[in-house]
Design a protein around this ligand. Sequence first.
Ligand code: GLA
Length: 729
Amino acid sequence: MSIQFDEKAGVFSLVTANTLYQMRADGAGVLQHLYYGAKTGEDMSYRIRMVDRGFSGNPYEQRSERGYSLDTLPQEYAGSGVGDYRVPAVQVTSCSGSRSVDLRYRDCRIEKGREPLRQLPYVRGAGDTETLTVLLRDDVIGLEVQLLYHVFPSQDVIVRSARLINTGAQALTVEKAASACLDFLYGDFDAVHFHGRHCMERVPERVRLPRGVTAFGSRRGMSSHHSNPFVIACARHATENTGDCWGCMLMYSGSHLEEMEVDQTGSLRLVAGIQPDGFSWTLQPGELFETPEAILSFSGSGFNALSQQYHNVIRQHVIPQRYQQASRPVLINSWEAAYFDFDAEKILRFARSAREMGMEMLVLDDGWFGSRNDDTSGLGDWTVNEGKLGCSMKELSERIHALGLQFGLWFEPEMVNEDSELYRAHPDWALCDPGRRPVLSRNQLVLDMSRQEVVDYLFGAMCAVLDSARIEYVKWDFNRSVANCYSAALPASRQGEVPHRFMLGTYQLLERLLERYPGLMIEGCSGGGGRFDAGMLFYCPQIWCSDDTDPIERLEIQRGTSYGYPISAVGAHVSAAPCHQTGRVTPLRTRGIVAQAGTFGYELNPEALTDCEKEEIRAQIEEYHRFSGLISHGDYYRLTELEEERDYSAWMFVSPDRSEALVSLVLRHVRANGPVICVRLQGLKPDGLYRPEGGQKCFTGAALMRGGWVFDGLRGDYAAAQAHFVLEG
Ligand code: GLA
């Protein structure tokens, strides 16, 4: 049993392979968080001290116990306005106008398995998943809160969410409903968060947490390039391979907030959930609101192990099940090859050449529909532009399949151009404040996905295209931040529901499409990696990681992405040199090695390649196939420290049974008479004997991990090298 309840002590223990999460309902019904960390086998409540602190008041019933204060006790799901002055997990306004929430323990339920969420993506259960539901109530306002804990013992993961139910007779307005609240009584913490911008997503930054509130998040109506919904709290001395670290990843693709507050005594509170700014939700009597899930994980041995735990849970329980094992096609995408300038003949020439080099799928990107010849028009009109193509989609798809390739198409469902048939017919289907001109971005507006008729229209329009031809893959784009988030279909009092209803509409559309086309592979995208989150990964086994395809920039972007997300989810392509985004020239081999740390594909004009380059690409694809199992299912290690300045980047994959390893290294800065590069490997069997490919001598895992592997002979700009090891004994 991974969930244990000691009724006498009121203590709940959630136990995974290596971790313990503990809480207790005390005599007053306050649900106290006791501990989250390495497994101890102990009731951890002994660490709590009731200290009388000035200005930390006492609940009325405990008025004689001056040390008993909600302001200092570690809380499992903190209410608001009743004496805990730290950031709350939940805020609700009742019909009286009172904004206080005081939750007390009522009951619990322990079950095998888990129920799906009603309208949101969720971490899929397995044989050993167990669920704890803890029931809290605020009797004064008639609010019931069900805290859900799904325990994934073999992944060392605990998934949390909350359900708010109005059990009273009057409407309630939810102003904030976090997915998780985690109090750390003692410690000295850093935070790692992942900031960025278009073309430079998920840059890890480590900050020493000061007193007060440090907050990360997005108000963009999307999880965003700018702040990924994933944060790590870690011990001040944690490194890639040592130290305590706690991850909190929101399974949500809309606006979000992660708050970390260090209080008067140095305790840390982490609260993560839907962005409360701009959010409110009316709960009529009997109605229920469910929060997105937060995926929590703890590692006592640094960031690499924490990342591997996230990689495992996402690969095994988040992405659509059929992709857990299935290999992904090596694709060629038309965007950087042709942009908007193509017809069917050109695409077929690309396809022919791609097939000769061993590629497996051709993806026709933006520009095949409506009046779309640049980004000023056509979005929303999902009808094939046969005039431009010179044939129907059916014919194009048949000819591509006849060449031996699969076929994929680009969509950007949630958007509309003013210059489109759809906008002319339904201007109120775009989000816009009454009386204002909307913010434009890339000449486009955002559709009101909170409206069922909009979702239904998109479903019908996309099905018409997908039914008309054999299409195995869809690239699902989202190319602007949301503004003017006002729906013409909702009353004034419910406008705060639009941002979240938008996400529910998008998830519904994805769900319906996958139900109708179970074989369809959807790759997520949002101007590159603007919606790279666990919510999208529930539907899309892979997400285009960045519009920046420069391999040297990608070293940073993909490294940052790897903290939370598996390599098999990272869309990465070899593109042309000079790179279209930076003008940098890099060797084809380097571009290949960097794209290998992802789903691997191409995004260049094959007709512009020399015979020699074509030959190299053929070999590159063969090599990728040789290693793809190891890359997709192996354990991934970063071999340089967080924020460490080095002349090179290095990473490695180790097969789960540790019988094989692949180490990759890219030189970022070449130096005359520079130091020899020696990299300490990770994850091998210390006593195992590993033979490097092409080498005569075997080395012990201990030697490779303690003494390292020497990469020499690297010369020239951005040279790259790989070393492949196989266990011999
Ligand atoms: C976004 C995507 C690109 C490409 C273009 C097409 O920027 O990230 O890969 O699909 O849109 O307009």
